[in-house]
Unconditional design. Structure first.
Ligand code: ZN
Ligand code: ZN
Length: 620
């Protein structure tokens, strides 16, 4: 809307009863609500519920938190305090570790500041004046930050006695912050520099309404409950320990079985879809990584070793092995497309600070394939891959979203290559009749790609499949095939994964299902429980029968009451419990108990096997 000169926007919203405005855009530039127009301007008010509005609210909450900390901890120093997705943080140095109890105190202090409703005042100073102010406060972090700014003049914001260096904008006064919560504290380094002293990063969140805050806090509770690291331990799936090394996963029997189920599914589906299995070595000469460009562009993420004075790189990707298979002999157009598949183990260097359960590891397995085809075949190949994605997501019960990333400014390959490949990807996306998003200019320099993100049970999105066209590796390795006209031509190369990293996918499965896997994915599908020692022989007989019929089964041998034995099975989230006692022995059957449902009554062993197979859907 057009508003005239000299109008104060805050007063204007009051007069015009514009609700929920917390800042404004004046001729496209964001300003505080307390801004007075210098000239007739186009004004757009920012609603507290909008993305920008929440960002301003959360960033202001960071200031208020800093104010509380300054009041509670004398001599506290501050680095940066930005809004982030769903919240905010501030890096602070109070000379000691901040505890969860401190967080409660800080939060209580923030509430007092909110109740005082201090206005946020914008102050403009020269850079020198601002520097002097923070030097007087002995806040060397702020001094360093201001020194790194090139502007002559800088802005500061003050609420109550607290003053901070900031561009703004902010909420008009502290009373605007109504629904907030401090969440956690972790150590962090100033500017991420590990050689600097460690600071404390305090995380919090703020929302426009109580309902939104409560929903978000419930969501965080749910995330905590589903944490795959916690469930992985409780369900005895895997472990990671310091003795072996951070980022390297040790798979226990049930976790390894879960992998096996997924890998068996992958193998079967790849064969069905015309892929051939190949396998490259873990180590390839560093010279080869130089040709591929990995040495120049990806070296930081690789591990190297030496054999008889020759340098080798441990593969961070499987491409080079597959290229070697392609190059192992002359290829004719008649044998294209070639689809080489490998459950390829890769190693990547991740800093210890970012390692996270199965989600960020240093060794993982990809369901990786490389398709070598002609330009004309590319379209059908991408359609085939997206069909595979759709099938796999359906089997695992995930909704998903797709995005295409197109040619960036800096890129290699001809205009024709890019157009051909981008069209092939778009055609394939259109062919799925599903919506997709286009990220213009977001592709890798060596080709366009499609990313698939699945949605889990609590609405989180996770990257799974990627389909990447590549114009560089076929060039670098001089790949070709003999075409109809007898001349060598360059094939197109597509890198693709369907589930991505198996480790990561298992983390997603655990969190999605809360460890309560459907029958076909359960590492143990049924447990036989004898009511007493007297029925152990019969329990063994049932166990053997089920095992021979490919049911994944175990047997309870602990000397406990029947009630406790059932409870153990529940804690381990085993889908079926088969109880055997006198009555079951007499009828040569089992008493079936289904997780979360309860007693299903007596049936014969074969009846149970049939039932379990039907429920598994014959996926495997
Ligand atoms: Zn600020
Ligand atoms: Zn690849």
């Amino acid at each position: 809307m057009q508003i005239g000169s000299n109008v104060n926007l805050f007063n204007y919203t009051k007069e015009q009863k514009i609700k929920n405005a917390i800042a404004a855009k004046v001729d496209g530039k964001i300003v505080d609500l307390n801004y007075t127009l210098q000239k007739d301007s186009d004004v757009e008010f920012i609603d507290i519920n909008s993305k920008e509005g929440l960002e301003i609210l959360r960033h202001s909450a960071a200031h208020i938190m800093a104010q509380a900390i300054e009041q509670l901890f004398e001599g506290a120093k501050f680095a940066i305090g930005p809004a982030i997705e769903n919240g905010f943080y501030y890096d602070v140095d109070v000379g000691r570790t901040i505890t969860p109890d401190d967080l409660k105190l800080i939060e209580a202090q923030m509430k007092k500041i909110v109740a005082s409703n201090y206005p946020f005042k914008r102050i403009e100073l020269s850079k020198q004046e601002a520097l002097q102010l923070f030097k007087n406060k002995h806040d060397e972090y702020k001094v360093e930050i201001i020194e790194s700014i090139n502007d002559e003049n800088v802005s500061l914001y003050q609420q109550g006695n607290f003053i901070d260096f900031c561009r703004g904008p902010h909420i008009p006064s502290t009373g605007y912050l109504k629904y907030f919560k401090l969440l956690s504290v972790a150590s962090a380094y100033f500017r991420g520099d590990e050689s600097r002293p460690s600071m404390q990063r305090i995380y919090g969140t703020a929302f426009a309404t109580k309902e939104d805050l409560d929903n978000y806090l419930n969501f965080l509770e749910e995330v905590k409950k589903r944490d795959h690291r916690k469930l992985g331990k409780e369900l005895d799936l895997f472990s990671i320990n310091d003795e072996v090394g951070a980022g390297f996963v040790i798979w226990h029997p049930k976790g390894a079985m879960l992998r096996e189920i997924i890998e068996a599914f992958e193998k079967k589906e790849h064969i069905k879809r015309g892929y051939e299995f190949v396998r490259g070595p873990e180590l390839l000469k560093t010279q080869l990584w130089k040709i591929s460009g990995h040495y120049d562009n990806y070296r930081e993420n690789m591990y190297f070793t030496e054999i008889e004075n020759v340098s080798f790189g441990i593969k961070p990707m499987n491409c080079l092995g597959h290229i070697q298979v392609y190059k192992s002999r002359l290829r004719s157009y008649k044998e294209l497309p070639k689809r080489f598949f490998e459950l390829g183990v890769v190693h990547r260097h991740e800093k210890s600070g970012v390692l996270h359960g199965l989600l960020r590891v240093r060794e993982f397995t990809q369901d990786d394939a490389h398709i070598f085809c002609t330009k004309e075949q590319l379209n059908d190949e991408i359609i085939g891959v997206l069909d595979f994605v759709q099938y796999a997501m359906g089997i695992f019960g995930f909704e998903y979203e797709m995005e295409i990333s197109t040619r960036p400014e800096k890129s290699i390959g001809t205009d024709e290559d890019w157009e051909n490949a981008t069209n092939a990807l778009i055609n394939a996306l259109e062919n799925t009749k599903r919506p997709y998003q286009i990220n213009e200019g977001d592709g890798a320099f060596y080709g366009p790609k499609i990313d698939v993100k699945l949605k889990d049970a609590i609405g989180r999105k996770w990257q799974c499949a990627t389909i990447q066209c590549d114009f560089t590796l076929p060039e670098r390795f001089n790949l070709d095939y003999i075409d109809k006209d007898g001349l060598p031509k360059r094939p197109v190369m597509v890198h693709r994964v369907i589930l991505g990293s198996i480790e990561r996918f298992i983390a997603v499965l655990i969190e999605n299902y809360s460890g309560d896997f459907p029958l076909w994915l359960s590492p143990i599908q049924a447990r036989v429980i004898p009511v007493s020692e007297k029925f152990e022989d019969y329990a063994n007989l049932v166990y053997e029968n089920l095992r021979k019929s490919d049911i994944r089964v175990d047997i309870e041998k602990r000397n406990e009451t029947i009630g406790k034995k059932i409870r153990f099975a529940e804690l381990e989230k085993i889908p079926y419990v088969l109880i055997v006692g006198q009555k079951e022995y007499d009828s040569q059957g089992v008493a079936v108990r289904k997780r979360k449902i309860g007693d299903l009554g007596l049936c014969s062993i074969n009846e149970f096997i049939e039932k379990a197979k039907i429920e598994s859907g014959g996926v495997l």
